[in-house]
Design a protein around this ligand. Sequence first.
Ligand code: FAD
Length: 348
Amino acid sequence: MTLFNICVSINIKLISPLGFWAREVGKLIGLEHPLIPVHHQYVVTGTVPEVKALKKEIPVLRDLEGSYYLRQERDGLLFGPYESQEKMKLQESWVTDGVPPGFGKELFESDLDRIMTHVEAAMDMVPVLKNADIINIVSGPITYSPDILPMVGPHQGVQNYWVAIGFGYGIIHAGGIGKFLSDWILGGEPPFDLIEIDPNRYGKWTSTKYTALKARESYGFNNIVGYPKEERFAGRPTERVSGIYEELKTKCSMGFHAGWEQPHWFYKPRDDVEYKCPAALTSAVSRRCLWDDRGLSSSKRQRRVLCFLARALKMAAVTCGDLLPAPVPAAPDSTDVCSGPPKIQRAL
Ligand SMILES: Cc1cc2nc3c(=O)[nH]c(=O)nc-3n(C[C@H](O)[C@H](O)[C@H](O)COP(=O)(O)OP(=O)(O)OC[C@H]3O[C@@H](n4cnc5c(N)ncnc54)[C@H](O)[C@@H]3O)c2cc1C
């Protein structure tokens, strides 16, 4: 009896929560789940005296410009970079040739060179790292869906086959997803709307090439502020183009819906037709689009992160001032990085 027949014939739900093996198991019932592993690395230091001396654990720091997260690990520090879409590494052979038999909790070979600019940025931001011993560089597979959101719920096409796969942040999401799924199965309906993670947002149009290009883009955008209604262009157009796509594509701004390119609005004569990222301040702690500010001096970048961190710390009532350099006063004529106008345009 094949897995397909089992799913159809039994009256219980078969859930696939199989991490990077999900693609292989999907194939057993004729499904090509659009998943691809990416290589993600984090660096662990030995004891850092300044960290050891702290009375409270430091909060997680996210430096969007340096593109890494940093947190305390025992008496040391741990930081994990997200490389750009050009630099990051996909494990494409697991898609074309399958996952090597027996691969479980093994790791990939680490590659410090690939993340060196992020390591330097972290040392710049948190100077105690400069004297810290690196005791481990962990490199492992994270299973990406094209948009880095998981695929959770009943899968179209095969009765009783449910999935909980494609978790880019599976540790963070695990508790909520477990409750969401169990409430749905016990109650017969999803307890609330999570249409974003519906597995059926993908389909036969979701090619391996599209999955790889989008996973690159999603990984590369990990630490870039996202805006409502922004367009992301990797992997487009897919094979789902209508007969008038070629005719329309220079006449209107195209949006992307379930694989299709669809007109959002039509240009008027003399319209500036270049794509611009929608501009906005996005959250209660005034996150700003930092994309255009990579030329800032390191002291300005430090001040900007400190401004952000200061707000976070105020909320958390925790101090980690000993770890970070003292804020450098702004030059009189410079734009105040805490209250200056947001840079809003993203170069795509
Ligand atoms: C270096 C690194 C750092 C990370 N850091 C974070 C982080 O800080 N925060 C965060 O949220 N996420 C992080 N992640 C991602 C996170 O680890 C994954 O998203 C998460 O583990 C995915 O959970 P999962 O249950 O989908 O898959 P998995 O954790 O892979 O679990 C799948 C399970 O299914 C089992 N299985 C597979 N096939 C079969 C089969 N045929 N029969 C029975 N069992 C089977 C496997 O043995 C495994 O135990 C990190 C990942 C890496 C590699």
